[in-house]
Design a protein. Structure first.
Length: 155
């Protein structure tokens, strides 16, 4: 094996240093996290994995299949990414901020921070609209550029 091939497999010294530091930081965080209530943390991880694998994954796989079926033709399927990305980002924001978006923890949030939880639903809807609008604008610009680059049809 040549030295260049060996270096490509192992990586540069900087990459190795970053990797070792990342593992050290993850180990430190894991030790700190598991120090107080290791059983609760382990139970949360197992529950989260089961919820994702048994409930959420089939749901968003079915939604993706419905999207592809709705787009129909193979040429339109390449445009599915323009729906997938904003939908995934919007769903991630909803997952992270759901307690505040739903208003379920308004009293607790106000007592902990002194701020109102009002407006989170409006902001999430606005961010979702901007994500889908930006995706639609990007698709329109790419389609316009593709039609300009295509030579005219000869009759």
């Amino acid at each position: 094996m040549t030295a260049a091939r060996r270096r490509a497999l192992i990586g540069s010294p900087f990459q190795l240093l970053v990797l070792v530091c990342s593992f050290a930081l993850a180990a430190y965080a894991g030790v700190r996290l598991l120090a107080d209530d290791w059983f609760g943390v382990a139970l949360w991880w197992v529950g989260a994995a089961l919820l994702h694998d048994l409930v959420l994954l089939p749901l968003y796989a079915a939604a993706d299949r419905a999207l592809l079926r709705g787009l129909g033709a193979a040429g339109l399927r390449s445009r599915a990414l323009y729906v997938r990305v904003p939908a995934a980002l919007s769903a991630l924001l909803l997952l992270v901020w759901f307690p505040l978006i739903s208003g379920m923890v308004d009293v607790r949030y106000r007592s902990a921070t002194g701020r109102s939880a009002e407006g989170y639903l409006d902001h999430w809807l606005l961010i979702t609209a901007v994500l889908f609008g930006g995706s639609a604008l990007l698709l329109a610009l790419r389609l316009r550029r593709a039609t300009k680059e295509r030579p005219p049809a000869v009759h």
